[in-house]
Write a protein that binds this ligand. Structure first.
Ligand code: CMP
Length: 145
């Protein structure tokens, strides 16, 4: 399996709830290493740019309003099959449909306030990581097999 990088965001509801540590623990205990982490208050331009792919969708304004409502934690996670693994750990976008034991099932309260974002493909992960982190801000991790 390939070592991949994926972008993860702990959204304002996760930060507000005080579950940053619990969420990062789930990543670490499932074989993913954070190689970049930053806490940030997104500007509206940051949020609209990041979610530009959704700009024609009816939920775009509510999504951006929510993403600027408080600080977020933005991370690059590295590990085997990281993109898919992160999505499995997050659970379905709509927390009412998320499998038991997933981050969204355990912490999220609505499809907007759904606690975490994760890249949906290796290709998009590259774009999303580059949106928030310069190469020099990402650390190298030496995997011991
Ligand atoms: P996220 O993984 O961050 O990607 C886009 C976000 O839009 C998604 O999580 C949800 O928080 C939000 N969203 C709101 N309504 C919808 C919807 N109907 N379909 C998909 N995403 C939605």
């Amino acid at each position: 399996m390939a070592i991949e990088r994926t972008l993860s965001i702990i959204k304002p509801d996760g930060v507000e709830k005080g579950v940053i540590g619990q969420i990062i623990t789930r990543f670490e205990s499932n074989g993913m290493k954070p190689v970049a982490i930053r806490m940030q208050q997104l500007s509206r331009a940051d949020a609209e740019g990041f979610y530009a792919v959704h700009k024609e969708r009816g939920f775009f304004k509510a999504l951006c309003d929510f993403m600027v409502s408080g600080p977020v934690v933005i991370m690059v996670l590295e590990g085997e099959n990281a993109v898919l693994k992160n999505r499995d750990l997050m659970g379905a976008t709509d927390p009412t449909k998320a499998a038991k034991g997933t981050i969204r099932a355990d912490f999220a309260k609505s499809i907007d306030a759904n606690t975490v974002h994760g890249s949906d493909s290796v290709e998009n992960a590259k774009v999303e990581v580059a949106y928030f982190f310069r190469t020099t801000e990402q650390c190298a991790y030496e995997w011991k097999r």
